[in-house]
Design a protein around this ligand. Structure first.
Ligand code: PRX
Length: 656
């Protein structure tokens, strides 16, 4: 295999401060290495001990891992537990009055829910679900605004052993329909409307439209939370208001004890081809992954105010809103709105007002906030912060530095966490009291995670060379299968050609530097081949974004007669869209810039400017659309999950 070339050359290193390390759960590199060594020496003993110490078992497990028929591994198989019990009841005797959730609504009003209150709400709602004859193993689709109720709905499903499938509230009726249908859901939990950025968006109408598309006969009930109070269509034989469902229900509900391997949820995620994949997670293994990462990566302390900005519609909102923080007994912020309403200081204001200590967000949010208010963070008191986190895509070193200096005031470590919907919890991320940081690197695998970089035959590549990111041994929080399609699970994630079906293939390319730090280069299908050199798109994007005039950039490949592929860059400038001569000058300037930053090989052949990039509602750039545009082809793909379809017109024509 011609290995993927790495061209990023980041040399800055930020060791943990003595102050941070002093109180950290893993206070030095030796502590981290000891855990890694324990996992290396006795893999099953290591994970068995973690499961023993971190989970309350109704019936203890007696064996740790059942390899069964790989890759369908079973962990802690004969143990019994309830995930909701582990997130709520567990804290009732020790800290019932501690605030579990500080909820800030779109309009700024704040509601607090203690562990006692949250437990009660979950129990009442769980009893409501039972009264609708929803049972263990039934699938329930949740299509909710980002509110306490979304967490209540998920926890209530977990409590009765129903399998939830949360669909992000921004998805269209078509996407929702596909997911309801594929899951064979018996109920949908939704709201009349959601309110974000001062605007009301329909949810119930979208659910109705999805149901009307047919093939959804499995749905018996639609539970509607009244958020806005505006009129929505209501079918009394099928629909029921949330408040009527919980009215008079007992505030206690005996949890349904389930096997460790009982599916906790499915969550749909897009693959590079075909219909979305229903990624199916287990109960115990998944929960364990969220707990150990809360300790090791988020360095959880009992007085933390934790804020993960992700919506519960994504895996990040599952693991680091609904499950991880509650399992730890943390106080966390949940925010209904958007970062730019009423102005671009909203995030900073929330951190100030609620004295957030741990802030976890995505590079795309960071970059847009840089664009909208480079110096805004300094107007707020962010002194409560002690740790920052990043997730979802590689964070380019420039954004990292801004986040570090402007938000963290050069005081807070940044945990760049690499993981996926399929892995359930962090895989490669720094233990912030132990690991010196390098901007743009997610650093080292967590203890018990055997990540490596291999070539297409599954052989390790030497440091400095790029390759496929794999995880060589099974781990508890890995997805168990794809809903209704175990064959696709096996083929996609445990392919025969890379590691003979034994390695989990993440679908990302990465490299390790001379110090063993992992650098994610992008998805495998985003790797370009220019003149026989394979380049990660992210590295070119990072170079572009490093230019002081550039806010955001995405790079795709386009077939090129001589070079194999040429590079097309789509660029958003910090200032307004350039036209005419200004555009031509800017193109020249940026091409020169990239040539200087990386080398002439990485110079984009073409640069197009836009006011934005086509993104999914979770903020991921839709590269396949950019590829179509770069090739000047007609768009025939489904663009229903696109946040800003109008941008496609603007990016259609090469900038002249
Ligand atoms: O390409 C990697 C990128 O996001 C992919 C997983 O996406 P998803 O399943 O939607 O989960 C996102 C939240 C965990 C990965 O295959 N990715 C995620 N985190 C990082 C990242 N790329 C680089 N650095 C990260 N920290």
């Amino acid at each position: 295999m011609s290995t993927i070339e790495t061209v990023l050359n980041e040399t800055r290193v930020f060791p943990p401060s003595t102050e941070f390390a002093k109180h950290a759960n893993l206070p030095n590199i030796a502590a981290y290495k000891t855990l890694c060594a324990q996992a290396e020496d006795d893999y099953l003993g290591f994970w068995g001990k973690q499961a023993d110490e971190n989970i309350l078992w109704h019936k203890p497990f007696t064996h740790v891992l059942d390899e069964g028929t790989p890759p369908f591994f079973k962990w802690f198989d004969d143990g019994e537990l309830n995930v909701s019990y582990n997130c709520l009841d567990k804290h009732l005797s020790t800290q019932p009055d501690k605030t579990a959730i500080i909820f800030e609504a779109d309009d700024g009003s704040v509601t607090r829910s203690s562990y006692r209150d949250l437990h009660q709400r979950v129990c009442q709602f769980a009893n409501g679900l039972k009264s609708l004859n929803i049972k263990k193993g039934d699938c329930v689709v949740i299509y909710m605004p980002m509110r306490i109720e979304a967490v209540v709905a998920m926890q209530a499903c977990a409590r009765i052993g129903a399998i939830h499938s949360v669909v992000f509230g921004g998805f269209s009726a078509k996407s929702l329909h596909e997911r309801i249908h594929d899951a064979g859901a018996v109920a949908v939990i939704t709201a009349d409307e959601q309110v974000r950025g001062g605007k009301n968006n329909p949810l119930k109408i979208t659910v109705d439209n999805a149901i009307k598309m047919g093939g959804t006969e499995s749905v018996r009930s639609i539970i509607v939370y009244q958020r806005s109070g505006n009129d929505v269509p209501f079918n009394p034989t099928r629909d029921i208001w949330w408040h009527e469902l919980v009215n008079g229900k007992a505030s206690d509900c005996e949890p349904e004890w389930v096997d460790a391997e009982h599916p906790l949820f499915t969550l749909y995620t897009s693959g590079s081809t075909g219909k979305p994949k229903g990624v199916q997670h287990s109960s115990a293994g998944y929960l364990l992954g969220t707990i150990v990462s809360m300790k090791w990566v988020f360095d959880y302390q009992s007085d933390d105010v934790f804020w993960c900005t992700a919506d519960v519609g994504w895996i990040t909102g599952h693991s680091y809103v609904t499950y991880g923080p509650l399992a730890m007994g943390a106080t966390q912020v949940i925010f209904e709105g958007i970062p730019t309403y009423p102005d671009a200081g909203r995030f900073w204001k929330i951190i100030q007002n609620h004295k957030v200590t741990t802030f976890y967000t995505a590079p795309t949010a960071i970059r847009s906030l840089i664009k909208l208010g480079h110096d805004l963070p300094s107007k707020y008191d962010l002194s409560s912060l002690r740790l920052l986190g990043s997730v979802g895509e590689p964070i380019n070193p420039e954004a990292w530095m801004w986040y570090y200096q402007k938000v963290g005031q050069s005081r807070c470590p940044i945990v760049d966490t690499w993981w996926q919907t399929e892995t359930g919890s962090h895989m490669i991320a720094p233990a912030p009291g132990a690991v010196p940081l390098k901007p743009g690197s997610c650093t080292f695998p967590l203890p018990g995670i055997f990540a490596a970089i291999v070539d297409e035959a599954g052989q390790d590549v030497e440091n400095g060379k790029g390759g496929f990111l794999v995880i060589k041994r099974p781990f508890p929080s890995l997805a168990r299968t794809l809903w209704g399609d175990s064959e696709r699970f096996k083929k996609t994630y445990f392919p025969e050609d890379v590691g003979q079906g034994k390695y989990y293939l993440a679908g990302d390319s990465a490299n390790c530097d001379a110090d063993g730090y992992f650098w994610i280069m992008g998805r495998i299908d985003d790797v370009l081949n220019v003149s026989g050199h394979r380049l990660g798109t992210m590295e070119i994007e990072s170079a572009l974004v490093a230019n002081p005039l550039v806010a955001e950039a995405a790079v795709v490949g386009k077939p090129h007669e001589v070079n194999g592929e040429s590079i097309v860059a789509f660029v958003v400038l910090k200032d307004e869209l350039p036209v005419g001569d200004a555009a031509t000058t800017m193109v020249d300037e940026l091409r020169r810039w990239v040539a200087k930053e990386i080398g002439p090989i990485a110079k984009p052949e073409e640069i197009r400017f836009g006011e934005n990039l086509p993104k999914t509602r979770s903020g991921k750039i839709m590269r396949r659309l950019l590829r179509t545009l770069a090739n000047n082809e007609e768009i025939t793909q489904d663009i229903s999950t696109l946040e800003n379809p109008a941008i496609l017109e603007q990016l259609k024509l090469p900038t002249r």
